[in-house]
Structures are given as C-alpha cells and as structure tokens.
Ligand binder design. Structure first.
Ligand SMILES: [Zn+2]
Ligand SMILES: [Zn+2]
Length: 674
C-alpha cells in the first residue's frame, strides 16, 4: 500500500513544520489531522501533531523518516482548536509547535503513554460520586437581572463587560448565565477563567454545589500531571461541561464551548510571562468571536484596554453599582496623612484606634502590606553598606524567622551577617517594614489579640493557603496581616476594617500601568470589608489608607469609589501621550553576561529591517538590569496600526534569526511591563 505523508508540528524553536511518512499497517485506521503522533527527531522520540496529510512530499525519499506511532486512543483535536493555536502562534510570533504541544498535558505527550482508557473510566466514577445537595439560585437584584438578560440574549458573539463593585454579585450572574447556557444545549460547555484557583476556592465550591450532576473540570498549573490529564480529557471529550481554570485553560480543547467567563479580567496573572507570552483574556475574546459565542469579562476595576473597548461600544458595558447582600453598603474609605500623623511600628494612631474598636466588638481587621519578609533591606549606618544581592540589581530582604537574607528575584539566601562585611560595625539596622516586622509590632501593641499572617512565606506548603483562609473564616483570627494574596476572592463576613499601610511606592513607578494596578489592588482589598450588613451595635465598615500624598487623584477616586472617573482620566492621559491602548507595542528583550553586549545586539536589531509606520525606540537597560548574573536590556517597538506592527514583526524576527549572536533574545507582543 502507498504511504501517506504527514505534516507535523513539533515543539522546537525552528519555525517550520516537518514531514514524516506513515505506511499503512494492518487494521490501523488512517491518521487524521489533529492527532498526536510520535516521531524520531535527532536522537530523540518526541510527540508531534498532525497538521496536514499529503500524497507527496518535498523531502527526498532517502531523507524522510517514518512515524513511530499514532496515538489513536486520544480523539483528534478539532480544526477550530488548531486555528486558535495558529492564531496565537501568528499573533505572538512563535513557532506553531511551541503553541500546540505545551498546551497538551505532559502525560499525553510522553512517549510511554498512561492508559487513556483507564483515565476515561476514572472520569466516569468521579462524575457519579459528586455532591448531590444542590445550592439554590439566589434572587437577583434589578441590575443583576438586567446583566443576565443581556448576556443570555443571544447565543452569537458578544463581549460583555460586567462592571460591578466588589460584593455586587458578579458570581451569581456568571452562575445563572452558565445555567441558562447549559439548559439551552445538553452538550454545551462553559469555560470560567479565574486569576488563581487556590485563592478563590469559594467560587469552585459554589460551582460544584450549584451544578450537582454536571461534570466539572479544573485546569491550573498547580495540578499533578495525572490529574491534569484526567481533567483535560474530561474537557476534550466533552464530558466536563463546566471548566474552571487559570490562564492556561484558554488553550484547552473544548469541542462544545458555548460561553466564556473571565473573572477579574484586569488581573495581571492572565498574562503569561515566559515562552508563549499570551494574554488569556485577549485569546478568550478571539476564541469567542471565532466560535460565535458570548464572552463575559467581569471586574470592579477593568483594565484600560477593556474599559476603552466598552467606551467605544465594542463591548457592552453592564454596570452593577449596588452590593448584592441586603443592607450591605460600600465601606467608607478614609485617607490618613502620614505627613501629619507619624506612625509607630508602621501604624498611625488612627489605625491603632480603629483596630482596637474592632477588637472590642469581636470583629476582624485586615492590614494590607504588599511586602513580605521582615525588612526589605538592612544597612550599616557607619559606612553606608546595604544588603545588595551579588547577582541582581536588587536588595536582599531580611527574613527574621530563619535569620536569612534572601533575594526575591534569584533566590539567593545567606545568613544575616553579625557585623558589617565592609567595616565590621555590629549594629546593622533593618530598613523599612515587611509583613513579618508588622506582625511583630502588632504583637507589642495588641498582646491579647490573635494575629495571623498570610503571605507567600507563610503559605509555602501545598494546601496551607486554604487552611490559613479557613482559620480566618472560622473567626480564630482578630488581626490579619497580608500581602496581595488576601486581596482576592475571599469573603470575610466578620471583617469591618481594612488598612492599607504603605501603598505609595506604586504611585511613582516607571511602569505606566502601576497606578492602574494599584487602584485595582486597593479596590479589591477594600472590598474585603463590609461584605455583610452592619451588625447591631457593630462598627461601620471602614477602609483606612496611610499615605504621604493625600491629594493624589488616585486616592480621591478611591474615596469616592469612582473607578469611572479614575479610568477616564487615565484614558485621556494615555491618548495624549500615545500610549496603550491607543498604540500597539512589542518588546525585544536581550540577555547577556554583559550589558554592553545586550545593547549592541539591540542596536543591530534596531536597524536591520525597514520600518515604515513603525517607531523604534532606543535600546535601554531594563529597570532591574541584572538578575541572577545576567544583564538585560530592551528595545520598544510601537505603531498606531496593529496590522503594520504585525507585518513588521514577521519580517523583523526572520531577520533577527539570521544575526549570529550569543545573546538570548525574545519578542513579546502587547507587553505588560515596559
Ligand atoms: Zn559598615
Ligand atoms: Zn538576586
């Protein structure tokens, strides 16, 4: 019988596809596009995906290699999924194989496969063992009802911005929209994206209680490989109808996808920061358009990109300005002027008094300090030595519990020196304050209070973050100290005070998105307060922000809970300064042992391709130039036309590949940190 030639995508940096030969064996079905295969590549055997079939190939007969195996047990991925990958590869300027293969579970790509049959059986058992005490739908208020009606009005493509303050009941709208979609089509699948599953267990719990009998798959990077395969297969075979996942779930195979929800759409974690640097939010909108289905973007503080789309009418704005719980009101936000009230242990008297009032009523307080460790740096007063990392442009952070200095960028750790390494002075001083030091200070001021810290250090062990949040929910904590980890998702019913202790640093960051992020973070953390109605005789929900810049417009907008005004102000600024979303950007990053080498490469890159309609900025060192003994520089490319930028990038990257260099480089489209 005549052989067939398969064009295959492989996970290699080479930006091309590869032809292999397949010769029919007895009883073996003919391979299909979208099937996984194993092929020899160099000295390895690796997984690939069939992109096309042909009767001929350009590869000479003595050079062509044979396919080793076709993984028939796994149903082929469909054309629309392949188109999604092709779009992502084109748009983000990566080889197709580098998009397709990493999107599949590792165990599926392993040469010695796990038994798919056994996994599929396991799925069946799990489905029948699910919780059978369904949760009732909550009654919607008029704003929620209107949003729900708009979202479910059409099964065609439509992008909705569900713009609701924290506590306005966005989740309830998602769930009821989801229920309607599932009711309208017995096969329908719904994809719900969240920034981080471990920090939003309440949503996962709500979904499984609400949809008893419907199989739910979860997809996130923290899963064991075996589990990931199981859940991926559940989605791919259509058994799972609700898929809850983090950004990587946007690349899952979902043959009957009928709606996508992106919760907290502004969250930076939707952007992948290495390899294929995609935005899960942007891909979600593309995928919804491709399939002709609705997509819901939910946020109290939408990203400026999304906000601008809604203002321009491309997305439908669905505002929800009321809190959904009866009698719950927005917390009062107050500014505490640090120029007038000097803090002690990082706390002004106003904050101390406010905490005391909560202690008296048996209520909880949350102190938000986005800096872990004891002190961000230690120094020597005598000679000016400070604890710099020897490998990075960064300070070593003091961690008191294990007496270590740690670099949060490269992981370097060493004992805290007893004396100054330069002059021998034994009186080294911690400068500034992290969560550990704050916790220590609180213990001095409130010796009777139960103080609890939640940050990346206190929750390093798997599952410990969930246990920590449970402790707070059970009311075993009076004062909670936390980093941004505590800002997300959790609904602390007895919490009536939030204090942001030191948010100012982001106001003057070089990163033009810093203030947008700070506002989102403060809104989110403020939203932890006052989720329930005020108790009789209890305190009003209150948010205190300690700042040296009480007149900053960001804080004024925060006090007024007025994201509209804040966002519109930013939009105007960005438009005048020709910044995103009014201009499109790409970033070429270069890494080398020496900065000069990286810069030299970028200078060559800046001139190697003609560029009508494209602005090429000067190469500059990155703000944090050195990380782990590698120097980093960047070149920013801008254009007012997305197609012009895309066309330029294609040609440019092909030229860059031709430059002989030892510099490690990569291009990022729509970078978040410029
Ligand atoms: Zn010294
Ligand atoms: Zn370091």
């Amino acid at each position: 019988m005549k052989p067939i030639y398969l064009t295959i995508a492989l996970d290699t940096p080479l930006d091309r596809l590869f032809d292999y030969r397949w010769t029919p064996q007895e009883n073996e079905p003919i391979p299909q596009i979208g099937q996984l295969v194993f092929v020899p590549f160099g000295r390895q055997e690796i997984a690939g995906m069939i992109i096309a079939l042909a009767e001929k190939t350009e590869v000479p007969e003595d050079k062509i290699k044979d396919v080793l195996a076709v993984r028939h047990q796994c149903p082929a991925l469909d054309q629309r999924w392949l188109d999604l990958c092709r779009f992502a590869a084109d748009y983000y300027q990566r080889p197709l194989g580098e998009v397709i293969l990493p999107a599949l579970p590792k165990n599926l790509r392993a040469a010695k496969p796990v038994s798919l049959d056994r996994n599929l059986k396991k799925l069946q058992q799990q489905a029948s063992a699910q919780d059978s005490s369904p949760q009732q739908e909550a009654e919607l208020n008029p704003e929620q009802k209107e949003a729900l009606e708009h979202i479910t009005a059409t099964a065609k493509f439509a992008a909705h911005l569900l713009y609701g303050v924290t506590g306005s009941g966005k989740t309830e709208v998602y769930l009821q929209a989801c229920a309607r979609v599932l009711a309208a089509n017995v096969q329908a699948q719904v994809l719900i994206l969240v920034p981080e599953i471990n920090l939003t267990p309440q949503l996962a719990g709500n979904i499984s209680r609400r949809f008893a009998g419907i199989q739910i798959a979860t997809l996130h990077s923290g899963m064991a490989e075996g589990e990931r395969l199981l859940h991926w297969l559940a989605a791919h075979t259509g058994r799972a109808q609700i898929i809850l996942g983090t950004r990587l779930a946007i690349l899952a195979s979902l043959p009957h996808l009928k709606m996508i929800v992106i919760d907290e759409e502004h969250d930076p974690s939707y952007k992948q920061q290495d390899g294929l640097r995609y935005s899960a939010r942007d891909l979600a909108v593309w995928r919804a358009r491709q399939l002709g289905i609705p997509v819901v973007l939910g946020s109290a503080t939408p990203s400026l990109e999304t906000w601008q789309h809604a203002q321009a009418g491309r997305y439908r704005l669905l505002p929800m300005r009321e809190r959904a719980v009866k009698d719950a009101v927005l917390p009062v936000v107050k500014i505490v002027n640090l120029e007038r009230e000097k803090p002690s242990e990082g706390l002004t008297q106003r904050v101390v008094t406010a905490i005391r009032q909560r202690l008296e009523k048996g209520e909880q307080s949350l102190l938000f300090l986005n800096r872990r460790g004891y002190a961000p740096v230690i120094n020597c007063d005598a000679c000016g030595w400070i604890s710099n990392c020897t490998r990075c442009t960064a300070h070593m952070v003091m961690h008191k519990l294990d007496q270590r200095l740690r670099c949060h960028h490269c992981g370097l750790a060493q004992r805290i020196p007893r004396a100054c390494p330069t002059c021998g002075n034994v009186d080294l001083q911690p400068l500034g304050r992290g969560t550990q030091r704050l916790e220590e200070g609180l213990q001095k001021i409130f010796p009777e209070a139960r103080i609890f810290r939640i940050d990346a250090d206190s929750t390093r062990l798997k599952g410990s973050a969930e246990a920590a949040f449970d402790t707070v929910h059970r009311g075993e904590v009076d004062i909670l100290v936390g980093t941004q980890m505590v800002a997300k998702g959790h609904d602390f019913k007895n919490l009536t005070l939030v204090a942001a202790l030191n948010p100012d640093s982001a106001l003057f960051s070089q990163d033009f998105r810093a203030s947008e992020r700070l506002f989102a973070q403060l809104m989110q953390v403020a939203g932890r307060a006052g989720r329930a109605a005020q108790k009789e005789g209890g305190n009003l929900s209150e948010v205190l922000v300690q700042t040296r810049y009480p007149d900053h417009p960001l804080y004024h907008a925060l006090m007024a809970h007025d994201y509209d005004r804040f966002a519109n102000g930013l939009v105007e600024e960005r438009q005048q300064a020709a910044m995103p979303p009014f201009i499109y950007q790409a970033l070429l990053r270069a890494e080398a042992k020496e900065l000069a080498i990286a810069i030299e490469f970028l200078q060559i890159a800046a001139t190697c391709t003609a560029h009508p309609g494209i602005i090429i900025n000067d190469p500059i060192p990155m703000t944090m130039t050195r990380v782990h003994n590698v120097d980093r520089a960047q070149l920013l490319i801008e254009s007012s036309s997305r197609p012009a930028l895309q066309a330029f990038l294609k040609e440019w990257i092909a030229n860059l590949r031709g430059i002989k260099t030892r510099v490690k480089w990569g291009v990022e489209v729509d970078p978040m940190d410029v």
